[in-house]
Design a protein around this ligand. Structure first.
Ligand code: UDP
Ligand code: MG
Length: 327
């Protein structure tokens, strides 16, 4: 099988109703703008018939391929699995729910042919979103820009085209806490944004709850900055200086005015307050230690249960045959 010019990665979790409509719009666009292409669905542990639908499509059109992960690993890891297996000279990542207009891919490819290696879709407005989510997202980006060294382009997400060189760079990043938006920005390469409008979800509901998004945002911050760890040095310094000032004040006062016993309330308040601050700082350190633990275990990022028209790569080629070595 010769390598296609363009690979399209679609992470899917229970999207059986969206696969037909997506391919209906995607395939004509790809046929028009690429010499050859493959569509690589990464089934992220769906519990509906998503995989059966993809398998049926593959029977008719071998350019539609799939990788079934052994369970739900999350969208970020599903994309990593797709990047490991995509063989195109350029790779596009797109959501299955038609929120990302497939027609924009024609522009992505045009930019890529001009020499850009990291072409990202840039949403023009977030009008369809809940105002609270929009507000938080905006502030998250601002916070990220102010504390981290990596600048995230405004409104850029997973919908993008990556040149094979950029894909190779991303394949080297095997971290488990994956904040793809940050990784795409971190690798650099000649980048450009292509504006697009986010459509409402075609079928089904979003897979990201508010809680999941918040955890994801924290994860992203912690992967790209150690500021929460370093800040305790300054807080500690400030508190020590305050302690020193208080000591001087009370010492002088006692020398002048004599011993003054009352002060129970202020004692209790300061003990609880500073105990709280100390526990908080331990918590932050604990969060980073936990992440170190997760990474040093060096587990594979994902496990593939089934390859549909896809060659096994790297980590997934290890498994069954090694049994032959057993006594
Ligand atoms: N998705 C996935 N694994 C998950 C969650 C989501 O592969 O654990 C896929 C999902 O099927 C869809 C894409 O990621 O193709 C975006 O998900 P969704 O539309 O739920 O996210 P939102 O658009 O609300 O950010
Ligand atoms: Mg969506």
């Amino acid at each position: 099988m010769p390598d296609p010019e363009l690979s399209v990665i679609v992470p899917v979790l229970n999207e059986s109703a969206n696969i037909g409509p997506l391919l209906g719009r995607l395939v004509p666009v790809l046929s028009a703008c690429a010499a050859s292409f493959e569509v690589l669905f990464v089934d992220d542990g769906s519990t509906d018939d998503t995989l059966a639908v993809v398998r049926a499509v593959h029977e008719d059109d071998p350019r539609i391929r799939a990788l079934a992960l052994s369970r739900n690993f999350g969208k970020e890891v599903a994309i990593a699995a797709g990047l490991d297996h995509a063989r195109g000279a350029a790779v596009v990542i797109i959501d299955a729910d038609l929120q990302h207009p497939p027609e924009a891919i024609a522009t992505f490819v045009a930019r890529w042919r001009e020499g850009y290696k990291n072409v990202y879709g840039q949403r023009v407005d977030r009008a369809g979103e809940h105002p609270v989510r929009r507000f938080l997202t905006e502030h998250f980006y601002r916070l990220f820009a102010s504390v981290g060294d990596t600048e995230l382009p405004e409104g850029a997400g997973d919908f993008r085209l990556l040149d094979a060189k950029a894909v190779a760079a991303l394949r080297k990043m095997r971290e488990h806490a994956r904040f793809s938006k940050g990784l795409y920005a971190w690798i650099g390469f000649k980048s450009i944004g292509v504006p697009f409008e986010v459509a409402p979800r075609a079928h089904g509901a979003t897979r990201f709850s508010f809680r999941k998004l918040t955890l994801f945002a924290l994860d992203g911050l912690m992967s790209f900055t150690t500021l929460p760890l370093r800040v305790w040095t300054y807080i500690g310094l400030a508190v020590s200086l305050l302690g020193l000032a208080l000591a001087t004040f009370f010492l002088t006062r006692t020398l002048i005015l004599g011993v003054d016993v009352p002060g129970y309330a202020s004692l209790i308040v300061s003990i609880t307050f500073f105990a709280g601050i100390q526990l908080l700082s331990f918590g932050v350190i604990g969060a980073y230690v936990g992440r170190i633990f997760d990474e040093v275990k060096r587990r594979p990022l994902y496990l593939v249960e089934e390859h549909i028209g896809v060659e096994p790569q790297g980590e997934d080629t290890l498994a069954p045959d090694s049994r032959a070595d057993w006594p």
